[in-house]
Ligand binder design. Structure first.
Ligand code: 2AM
Length: 172
C-alpha cells in the first residue's frame, strides 16, 4: 500500500482553496486538486507492505509534537514538476520539528521515507500546469490551527489519486 503522513485542512479552508485551484487551472491549464484531496504532505513513505503497517502506526504514536497555527499567504510555481501550490512565508518551528521527528523515526525503524528533498510546506493546487510562466495572483492570507496529523493511503486511479485516512494522531 502507498502511504504518506499529512495534515488535512478544515473543510472551509479546503473549499476556498479548491475554488482557487479551479480558477488557476482554467487560467493556466492543468488539473486542479479536488476539495477532498487538498493536503499538506509531512512525510512520503511510498509502497509499504501490509505487515509493516503496525510499525508505521507506532512511529506516529511515538512522535510528540505540539499543535501550531499555519498561515498560507502565497502561491508558488515549480517548473520542474509543473505544480502550482499554496504555502506560507514562514514555517512554524513546531511543523519543522514534527516533520524531522517523523522522517527520523521512520528511517530509524527501517521504514521507507522519501527524504530526497528538503521540506517545503505546500498544498498542491494544480498539477501539470500548461503555462510555463504563470503570473500568479496574490493569495489572501488564510490561517488554520493544526491540532492533528493523519496517515493516508493513496490509491492511484484514472481520475488521479484517491486518498483514505488510515489513522489520526493528535498534536499536544
Ligand atoms: P505533491 O503534492 O507535491 O505532489 C501523495 O503522493 C503526496 O505525497 C503528494 O502530496 C506528494 O506531493 C507527496 N510526495 C512527496 N514525495 C513524493 C514522491 N517521491 N512521490 C510521490 N508523491 C510524493
Amino acid at each position: 500500500m502507498r502511504l504518506f503522513f499529512a495534515i488535512w485542512p478544515p473543510a472551509p479552508v479546503a473549499l476556498s482553496l479548491a475554488r482557487l485551484a479551479d480558477t488557476l487551472a482554467q487560467r493556466f491549464g492543468g488539473r486542479a486538486t479536488r476539495r477532498e484531496t487538498i493536503h499538506l504532505t509531512l512525510a512520503f513513505l511510498g509502497d509499504v507492505e501490509e505487515e509493516q503497517l503496525p510499525a508505521v502506526l507506532d512511529v506516529a504514536r511515538e512522535v510528540t509534537a505540539k499543535s501550531f497555527e499555519m498561515t498560507f499567504d502565497r502561491l508558488g510555481f515549480w517548473r520542474h514538476n509543473r505544480l502550482i501550490w499554496a504555502g506560507g512565508a514562514s514555517v512554524p518551528p513546531e511543523l519543522q520539528t514534527l516533520v524531522v521527528a517523523l522522517r527520523e523515526r521512520l528511517l530509524a525503524a527501517s521504514l521507507p521515507c522519501d527524504a530526497s528533498q528538503s521540506f517545503v510546506p505546500h498544498l498542491t493546487l494544480v498539477r501539470k500546469v500548461g503555462d510555463s510562466h504563470p503570473v500568479l495572483p496574490q493569495l489572501s492570507s488564510m490561517n488554520w490551527a493544526c491540532d492533528r496529523f493523519v496517515l493516508v493511503r493513496s490509491q492511484l486511479g484514472a481520475g488521479g489519486a484517491g486518498y483514505a485516512i488510515v489513522a489520526e494522531f493528535p498534536l499536544a
